[in-house]
Design a protein around this ligand. Sequence first.
Ligand code: SF4
Length: 94
Amino acid sequence: MALSSDLTFRDPLLIPLWDKVRSGERLTKEDGHALYASDDLIGLGRMANEVARAKSGDSVYFVLNRKLEPTNICVLSCKFCDFAVRARYQPYAD
Ligand code: SF4
């Protein structure tokens, strides 16, 4: 995997991390925290894009999951759900 050495970063803290990535060195938990704390989103995106292109070229992959729900009756109450029908509304359940 040949990674570019000419990436530029607004956040200088990303430079040693990029050097680690380029050398194939494993990132530490502290490195992950530094990446998360950085506000250089363009620099982070450049790093991610460079690694993705080195691994997969121009190919893009998607994961598509499908599942069949046997019913829309659910005993749970997840706040984001607009799918489930509660037991008290069972006449509207499928
Ligand atoms: S998301 Fe909806 S259907 Fe799924 S468990 Fe939560 S309430 Fe039930």
